[in-house]
Structures are given as C-alpha cells and as structure tokens.
Design a binder for this molecule. Structure first.
Ligand code: ZN
Length: 225
C-alpha cells in the first residue's frame, strides 16, 4: 500500500546506518521508485557501505555508490582517519571530533545533481535535529537553506525531505517498528563509529545513542501493551 505519494520517484541518501535505512523503507511505502545513493569517502567504518549494498541487493533497490574520496583528503578527523580515536563524550564547546566539515552539504549537493539528471525532485535524508549530536549540518535551518540554494543553483524544484528531523532515537525505533523493519535495523545496519554492525561496540557515542533509544522504545512498547 502506497500512502501520501508525492511523486513517483525519490532518491534516498543512504549510509547503511539506522537512520538512513529507516528513511529508505519509509520512502518505499510512498514512492513507486526509490534510488539509494551512498558515498564512499574512505570512511573509517567502511563496513557501513557493505551493509548498504546488502540491504539494496536483498530488497532489489537501485544503488549508486559515489566516490567522494576528496572529502577524506580535505578533512582529517576521527571518522576519516583510523589513527584518530572517536571522542567518547561530546566536547563542552564546538563540534565533536566525529563531525566531518561539509559532509552533508556536499552529499546533498551531489545527490541533487544526480537526482536532477533523472528528473527526480524528492531527496530524502535521515538527519535529525532532535538527536543532532552537535552537528550543524543536521539542523532544520541548514536543510531549508540548502534547499533554497539548490533550487536556485539548478533552477529545479528540489524538495529535501527529512522524515526524522523532529524524532529522537526512541521515535526513530518506533518508526522502524511501524514500518515492520525493527529486526532488520537491529541486525543489518551499522551505526557504530568502530565499524561493528548490529549492537555495535557498545561504548562509542553512536552506539550509546542507538542503545539508549532502543531501550526507551522497548520500555514504552511494554507499557503500552
Ligand atoms: Zn560503537
């Protein structure tokens, strides 16, 4: 069953993690054709690209992997270099050392160029302001600003769609459950900064956030049943 279909096709920026996988299945309920777009930027947790490929193959989703190794040359931080440890806790000031300058800006701009070639206006990304971990390019104001810029840059009515913008991790787990993909997200996706799929390493910030949200959602579900 398709619901609230905006147009027939959408492109989903897809990393193989919890959030973008949830968005991919959210999109598949709403569009006839969904194309997944992943970026290879020499990320420390390269295993996430393997997860992305496997999910697309299993569900027969067209998958584009774009080379963005340039980003790795530009930015040295804990997500692009294996010799820099990921901060366990958020810093008191500034962005965490897992923040990659310009990542969402570049990814969404390249996604828009690829989407326009196919006549696709709707671009879906799993960014969230509710759980934005101090990343400025996950904020709603940035997405709205970039949307205007992309429309002006290419004279095309792009629509940057953010299904998770106002959901915290607990609510993202709830959405996955609603979409019937709770186990798929638990087992087949990779969010961990140390590159371990599923439950992950358990102590990096991404694992902590994912687990906390899952426990909160399970507690809520138990109370409701
Ligand atoms: Zn981890």
């Amino acid at each position: 069953m398709k619901e609230q279909k905006n147009s027939s096709s959408a492109m989903v920026v897809f990393s193989g993690g919890q959030d973008s996988t949830t968005c991919l299945f959210w999109a598949m309920k709403r569009y006839d054709t969904v194309i997944a777009l992943s970026f290879d930027y020499g990320q420390r947790h390269h295993e996430e690209l393997v997860c992305a490929k496997e999910i697309c193959r299993q569900y027969q989703i067209e998958h584009i992997i774009m080379d963005m190794s340039l980003l790795n040359q530009l930015v040295s931080n804990s997500l692009t270099r294996p010799d820099i440890a990921v901060d366990e806790d958020a810093p008191e000031q500034g962005t965490p050392n897992s923040f990659v300058d310009g990542r969402n800006h570049l990814f969404l701009s390249y996604a828009a160029i690829a989407a326009k070639q196919r006549g696709i206006t709707d671009i879906i990304t799993g960014v969230s302001q509710s759980d934005f971990s101090g990343y400025p390019d996950c904020r709603d104001v940035f997405i709205k600003s970039l949307n205007v810029t992309l429309n002006l840059a290419m004279d095309f009515p792009f629509d940057l769609i953010t299904p998770l913008m106002w959901r915290d991790k607990k609510e993202t787990w709830a959405l996955a459950d609603e979409l019937g993909i709770l186990d798929l997200i638990r087992e087949k996706t990779l969010t961990c900064y140390n590159g371990i799929r599923g439950e992950g390493c358990g102590h990096c910030p991404a694992c902590k956030l994912r687990k906390k949200g899952f426990m909160e959602y399970m507690a809520l579900k138990k109370n409701l049943s």
